[in-house]
Design a binder for this molecule. Structure first.
Ligand code: SF4
Length: 252
């Protein structure tokens, strides 16, 4: 009887964003040490989205759902040149916005939302981005994560936006384990020293994006490894597929 191959284990991916592997929760002192290690390596972290004011930040973050910052920045160069404020965005209209953002995911819905949120800013907030969570979350296409980024980056408020990287990292390392995005956010807010809450959002996103990656964390070059509770640390670079066979055959 033929034997079916075993399905690939999810664990081989070191925990996807949807099902991150969870580590023992860090102590409060350990969590602070973990964050301070990231801080020492990057004292002035910044978002990688291009923006010039709260309005362009809001639009850029709204466009960034399920899209890379690089792809959003490519699209917003032309978009913000054509429509740098809410009135110009409404005048540009859905078709005009769509023409600039077709290269990013969900562009139809995003074009509709960007025009609608701009109209609402004009109608209810004199064309200004409100420094208020409820008002931000009432804007079309703006959820808690986008509101948190705007509150933190544009207004310096204590807010922690949890994206896919931070959710995975919080669970994988034991920094802030939680089954939901909100649980991870609440625990991070409780554990971060107040002065670190703003930059911690950037440190964690950048760390998750470039070092503590979804498929295989690059622990061998992680500045916070001494404080991390992840049990399957990757302590050397993984060989690219085929490298071992080529080496054995004397390949270059
Ligand atoms: S040691 Fe590895 S798993 Fe832990 S934070 Fe660093 S990269 Fe991530």
């Amino acid at each position: 009887m033929a034997v079916s191959p075993k399905p690939l284990r999810k664990a081989a991916l070191h925990g996807s964003a949807a099902t991150p592997r969870r580590a023992r929760r860090m102590s409060a002192a350990q969590a602070e040490a973990f964050l301070r290690a990231l801080a020492a390596a990057n004292p002035t972290p910044k978002t990688e989205l291009a923006f010039s004011d709260p309005y362009t930040l809001l639009v850029a973050v709204a466009l960034s759902a399920q899209a890379t910052d690089v792809s959003v920045n490519r699209a917003t160069v032309g978009l913000f040149a054509a429509a740098p404020d809410p009135a110009a965005m409404v005048a540009l209209g859905e078709e005009g916005v769509a023409a600039h953002i077709r290269t990013i995911g969900l562009w139809r819905t995003k074009a509709k939302n960007v025009v609608a949120l701009s109209a609402q800013l004009l109608e209810r907030h004199a064309g200004q981005v409100p420094n208020d969570r409820a008002a931000l979350e009432a804007l079309p296409g703006v959820g808690r994560k986008t509101a948190n980024v705007v509150l933190s980056v544009a207004f310096g408020e204590a807010a922690m936006a949890v994206d896919t990287h931070i959710f995975r990292l919080g669970n994988r390392t034991g920094l802030a384990p939680g089954k939901t995005v909100r649980a991870v956010e609440d625990l991070l807010m409780a554990r971060c020293p107040p002065e670190l809450i703003g930059p911690a959002h950037h440190w964690l996103i950048l760390h998750g994006r470039y070092v503590c990656k979804a498929r295989a964390p690059e622990c061998w070059r992680c500045v916070a490894m001494a404080f991390c509770n992840y049990t399957d640390k990757v302590l050397a670079p993984l060989s690219p597929p085929g490298a071992t066979r080529e080496a054995a055959a004397g390949g270059q």
